[in-house]
Write a protein that binds this ligand. Structure first.
Ligand code: FES
Length: 88
């Protein structure tokens, strides 16, 4: 699927970014509950915080157990930089 390259600022949630690339992410609740926004994170150069326990639970419930599976809406940056994700 499409590989997206997205620039993030420090302390920003991915779902707050409105670009042509980020508009392809299929958001639903934007609260880490529905699981619609699952993506594969290819590289983020430690830009993003690690998965929370709640994110791990939702990913497990929807059967997305790969290490690089993330809920896009819960991805929060700890510094500025580029992230690279694939849509599933
Ligand atoms: S949009 Fe619902 S979990 Fe991300």
């Amino acid at each position: 699927m499409a590989n997206l390259e997205i620039d993030m600022e420090k302390n920003q949630f991915l779902h707050e970014i409105e670009t042509k690339e980020s508009s392809n992410i299929p958001y639903g609740c934007r609260k880490g509950v529905c699981g619609q926004c699952v993506v594969e994170l290819n590289d983020h150069h430690n830009v993003l915080k690690p998965k929370t326990e709640d994110e791990k639970i939702i990913l497990s419930v929807i059967g997305r157990n790969k290490e690089n599976h993330r809920l896009a809406c819960t991805c929060e940056s700890i510094k500025s930089g580029k992230i690279f994700i694939d849509l599933i």
